[in-house]
Design a protein around this ligand. Structure first.
Ligand SMILES: NC(=O)C1=CN([C@@H]2O[C@H](COP(=O)(O)OP(=O)(O)OC[C@H]3O[C@@H](n4cnc5c(N)ncnc54)[C@H](OP(=O)(O)O)[C@@H]3O)[C@@H](O)[C@H]2O)C=CC1
Ligand SMILES: C[C@H]1O[C@H](OP(=O)(O)OP(=O)(O)OC[C@H]2O[C@@H](n3cnc4c(=O)[nH]c(N)nc43)[C@H](O)[C@@H]2O)[C@@H](O)[C@@H](O)C1=O
Length: 320
């Protein structure tokens, strides 16, 4: 692992692809706060990243020097397992178009985002970066995983062939302001916050969560994720994707208990075991990130509490 000691140029044109999403919006806020004054973003309505010609035209016009690729088709366990070809095809096209255009236009610095769910389903725990491509994938998100693995390989191949210092980060499960709270498509934390808050509001006597509640998951607040992305861009220059997480996990049942306490829901909790559990555990080994000088700041209970507050303030204008 080689470390680039230099800070990024705060006045360079910096394109955050996906700047309205959970991760992209947090990265935008963090870059803005950190002094980047030439941030560029386009919504999917303004620029559909599946449209190759439009992407190349955008790069020719905007001429970004730095690209953070946080645009993707993203969803929870049910969305991934119900619409696998959308997750495969859209993500392959989005990342291929953005990275090909970035290469053609000589973009020096690019950060691509993988996901902890693309490691082998039964990888030894905690999962080290070197375990990628060493085993069979989790079937509920194998199509998405193959697309993401192709993205990581594209970054590594550009480094090899063109010697550009592009890098990939491998985040654990993320949550926070700007998350997708849709009933069927969301990840577990926003799903639980919405379900428990609606149950409290409606005086419901029980809620039903998905699966057995026994899988373990590691959660990182998206503001920490955004800080880690800038840290990596400024301190890491290596071909291997870098795990980004807390190094601690909990069962889904334990997470549900925290959400119930923070939301103020006191009714019964049922588990629908006809719904998939997904991978039993995917705890990241975060040694590389720690040794590069970065650790998360936002504790899980504190992060969930502030996300509940955010949800209550924004619930009328959220994605359905
Ligand atoms: N959320 C999580 O728990 C995790 C996320 N990640 C990774 O982080 C990245 C961002 O995820 P997240 O922020 O959660 O996802 P979101 O769904 O919150 O945001 C995705 C963003 O991508 C944009 N987008 C999607 N399709 C297109 C398209 N065809 N053209 C242009 N823009 C498009 C959307 O734009 P618009 O809003 O304008 O439609 C949206 O802003 C992804 O690469 C994901 O794999 C990794 C691990 C965990
Ligand atoms: C980030 C990651 O996200 C996805 O993987 P996942 O970690 O399995 O994601 P999840 O948040 O949807 O579920 C976590 C656990 O929670 C349980 N669970 C309970 N009740 C609800 C519920 O109401 N909704 C959801 N979604 N899950 C629930 C659910 O059964 C599972 O056991 C990948 O597809 C992949 O795309 C990816 O990148």
């Amino acid at each position: 692992m080689g470390f680039v000691p230099s800070a990024l140029d705060r006045s360079a044109t910096t394109y955050v692809a996906g700047h309205r999403g959970l991760v992209g919006s947090a990265i935008w806020r963090h870059l803005d706060y950190s002094g980047f004054d030439q941030l560029v973003g386009r919504s999917s309505a303004e620029l559909d990243l599946r449209d190759r010609a439009a992407v190349f035209a955008f790069f020719a016009q905007a001429k970004p020097a730095v690209v953070v690729l946080a645009a993707a088709k993203v969803g929870g366990i049910m969305a991934n397992s119900t619409f696998p070809v959308d997750f495969l095809s859209e993500n392959l096209r989005i990342q291929l178009n953005v990275m090909d255009a970035a290469l053609e236009h000589g973009v020096e610095r690019l950060l691509f985002l993988g996901s902890s769910c693309i490691y082998p389903k039964l990888a030894p725990q905690p999962i080290k970066e070197e375990y990628l491509l060493t085993g069979t994938l989790e079937p509920t998100n194998d199509a998405y995983a193959i697309a993401k693995i192709a993205g990581i390989l594209q970054v590594q191949s550009v480094r090899k062939q063109y010697e550009l210092p592009w890098i990939s980060a491998m985040p654990t499960n993320l949550y926070g302001p700007g998350d997708n709270f849709s009933r069927q498509g969301s990840h577990v934390l926003p799903a639980l916050i919405r379900r428990y808050d609606e149950a409290r509001r409606d005086g419901a006597s029980s809620v039903t969560n998905w699966g057995s509640g026994s899988p373990r998951r590691e959660f990182l607040h998206v503001d920490d994720m955004a800080a880690a992305c800038l840290h990596l861009l400024e301190h890491y220059d290596g071909p291997t994707q870098v795990n980004v997480g807390t190094g601690e996990d909990s069962t889904i049942k334990e997470i549900a208990e925290i959400v119930a306490a923070e939301v103020g829901y006191e009714g019964r909790v049922e588990w629908d075991t006809t719904k998939p559990d997904g991978t039993p555990r995917k705890l990241l080994d975060v040694t590389t990130l720690r040794e590069s000088g970065w650790t998360p700041r936002i504790g899980l209970r504190e992060g969930i509490a502030s996300t509940v507050e955010w949800y209550r303030t924004h619930m009328d204008s959220l994605r359905t």
